[in-house]
Design a protein around this ligand. Structure first.
Ligand code: WT7
Length: 633
């Protein structure tokens, strides 16, 4: 593969990727270990939709992440694990050790009946066993479905059942700052409604000795003792499922996005090496949780397939104090640091002393992901963390895209604050106008779509191809619709302006307003709810809920009810989905056909009620006055 080292390289590579995409990707794929090469690079039809890359190729992704590195880097650190408590010692796991541990866990899974194609639910904290577990699934051709360990029992139940998992990998508990989260207890509760789950393997992290159900629950370490460390890599087809990962939808239940083996491997490796310009021997740290796509692609698969040293952090940025991230950077001489704007904004609030106290001179590249980064946060990050020397690589992408799509290339593309920049080679974005026509001139503003397939795009929604088609390929037939709005300037640089559907991004987490609304209405006093996002200084977007009760709660009882509603949402979805503001109203602004006019609610939530636009189509325009009066500032 050609490493892009200059702006001219970029333009040449980009042109080649558009003019001869199959040759372009075949060149890159040539660097990997294949059991059988492909017969054809690409087949696609965005109308069906159907996309296949590296047709007929056979491989195992773990041979590319582990085995092939052993001759040169058996003793190089693959994973640096930094525990929650800074007083505890970090662990350095070499490629040889990682290979061995993955093989052992793979054999343990096999001993418990897991076969190629089976779905395995992973509900675990940020500990090395979690990385072993994901790779062990891949080793034997099983499909992992990682569920972020901050989700509630109800969310876990839904995901286990939707993916048809019959085994769950978990831990006794998780440390998060000064808190312990009882993961096994949540699993036990979730499994009351998962009749197909026959086995739970539990790693021990917190030593909390939760109750174990005989015949179902096993201690990870006991089971591991029973197996050896030799596990040949199963042969998988290029298009076999590698994993399922759930993401919120603008309507209905979360969607199980399906990613497949070969294209995902090639693309996460290529984009990791290209965007960050990873150099041999560097220490790379992505602060995401492995429960999100960022963790999958850029803690595990991208860096490990590139033979990098990837840091996995168990803790939180605020504990024991706001200097924790910078302490980790100093301690492990981190070269590439990749985090989310919401983290940057909260770190920015802390006294600068927490930054100054640490030696950050090892840093070479800074990254950002998850939501649009505001210019102030960008500048603060660039100046105080990067000391004005490190490029800020603002990567735009999605769970669905599997890897970076629009992103600066470190040191190569001229930076523009708060812009994701130019498309990476192989990515063909376009901007659509209101009428669904492509705007071919710049500057342009509209909806962001992708015109041509890239290797790591999601292939379907698990068990619901029709929904996949409707969500992503029907708004603009023949195009992949991202759900984002954007602006493209006269240099062709993209600036993502945010979601244009009913998804809100809270602290970098994607949440469907419909899902939150349905959780709120689970409270017995609530009859109806409407949820919108509003600008929030730290979280990017906050959650504003308009709630209609069966009766209007008296002033004195409102705070108690608010707390109960928040608890209900935390129980059903997870603490991340708790509304920040709850306003009780006697009715919602609806059109005569019964549709909620969210536009109005958004304006109220934003605190901008001067011009609510046309309200004449409302069934009862009076509710708007009441809502305006009761707005929570
Ligand atoms: C949505 C996807 C990609 C991993 C984390 C989130 C927003 C993501 C950026 C960015 C502006 C961004 C988009 C996108 N988003 N990165 N650099 N600039 N917006 O994955 O949970 O699937 O969310 O996050 O709105 O559609 P996700």
């Amino acid at each position: 593969m050609k490493i892009i080292q200059s702006l001219t390289d970029y333009h040449n590579e980009y042109r080649r990727s558009v003019e001869q995409p199959e040759i372009f990707w075949a060149d890159i794929a040539g660097d990997f270990v294949w059991k059988t090469k492909w017969s054809k690079v690409l087949e696609w039809d965005f109308h069906k939709p159907e996309v296949k890359w590296f047709i007929d190729a056979k491989l195992n992704i773990t041979e590319n992440c582990l085995d092939r590195h052993l001759p040169q880097r058996a003793n190089q650190t693959a994973i640096i694990w930094e525990p929650n408590n800074p007083r505890d010692e970090a662990r350095h796991i070499t490629y040889a050790e990682l290979h061995r541990e993955v093989c052992r866990v793979a054999n343990m899974l096999k001993a418990h009946g897991v076969k190629k194609g089976d779905r395995v639910c992973i509900y675990m904290p940020m500990i090395p066993e979690t990385a072993y577990a994901m790779l062990a699934c891949a080793r034997i051709g099983a499909v992992h479905s990682v569920v972020f360990a901050g989700f509630s029992a109800g969310s876990l139940t839904d995901r286990i059942n939707d993916a048809g998992c019959n085994i769950v990998l978990t831990a006794d508990g998780a440390y998060r700052g000064d808190k312990i989260i009882n993961l096994k207890g949540i699993v036990d509760e979730a499994l009351q409604k998962c009749p197909d789950v026959k086995t739970v393997l539990m790693a021990e992290r917190t030593g909390t000795k939760p109750p174990m159900q005989a015949g179902r629950d096993y201690y990870w370490n006991d089971e591991l003792k029973k197996v050896n460390e030799i596990c040949p890599a199963e042969e998988t087809d290029a298009e076999d499922l590698l994993f399922i990962l759930y993401t919120s939808g603008s309507t209905g239940k979360p969607k199980g996005m399906v990613h497949t083996c070969a294209g995902y491997m090639v693309y996460t490796n290529y984009t990791f090496r290209t965007a960050f310009q990873y150099r041999e021997g560097e220490v790379y740290w992505c602060t995401a949780d492995v429960g999100w796509i960022t963790g999958h692609s850029y803690i595990i698969y991208g860096p490990l397939s590139a033979g990098a040293t990837t840091l996995m952090f168990e803790g939180v940025p605020s504990w024991p104090d706001w200097g924790r991230f910078w302490q980790v950077v100093e301690r492990h001489r981190v070269n590439i640091f990749y985090t989310a704007p919401t983290a940057i904004r909260s770190l920015q609030q802390a006294p600068l002393e927490f930054v100054r106290r640490h030696d950050l001179s090892s840093l070479r590249v800074l990254g950002s992901v998850g939501e649009p980064i505001n210019e102030e946060a960008w500048q603060w990050y660039h100046k105080n963390i990067g000391k004005g020397k490190c490029p800020v690589v603002d990567t735009w992408w999605q769970t669905e895209t599997g890897g970076f799509m629009i992103s600066p290339i470190s040191d190569v593309l001229p930076l523009k604050p708060a812009h994701a920049g130019l498309p990476l080679p192989g990515v063909q974005p376009a901007v659509m106008d209101e009428q669904g026509k492509e705007i071919t001139t710049s500057p342009a503003e509209g909806r962001l779509v992708i015109k041509y397939p890239w290797p790591s795009m999601a292939r379907t929604i698990y068990g619901n191809h029709q929904r996949f088609k409707e969500t992503y390929f029907s708004t603009f037939p023949g195009y992949y619709f991202t759900g984002d709005g954007c602006r493209r300037d006269s240099d062709g640089y993209y600036r993502i302006t945010g979601r244009v559907d009913d998804i809100i991004i809270v602290s970098g987490h994607n949440l469907g307003t419909a899902e939150i609304e349905s959780a709120i209405t689970e409270h017995s006093s609530v009859c109806e709810a409407a949820v919108v996002g509003y600008p929030h200084d730290i979280k990017g977007q906050g959650i504003y809920a308009f709630v209609v009760g069966y009766t209007m709660p008296p002033e004195l009882e409102q705070e108690k009810l608010r707390q109960e509603i928040r608890d209900t949402v935390a129980r059903i979805i997870g603490p991340i989905a708790k509304p920040d503001k709850i306003q009780f109203v006697s009715g919602l602004p609806k059109t005569r056909s019964g549709k909620i006019m969210r536009r109005i609610l958004r304006k109220v939530a934003e605190g901008d009620t001067s011009n609510l636009g046309d309200t004449t189509t409302l069934l009862d325009p009076n509710v708007v006055e009441e809502i305006k009066r009761g707005a929570i500032g």
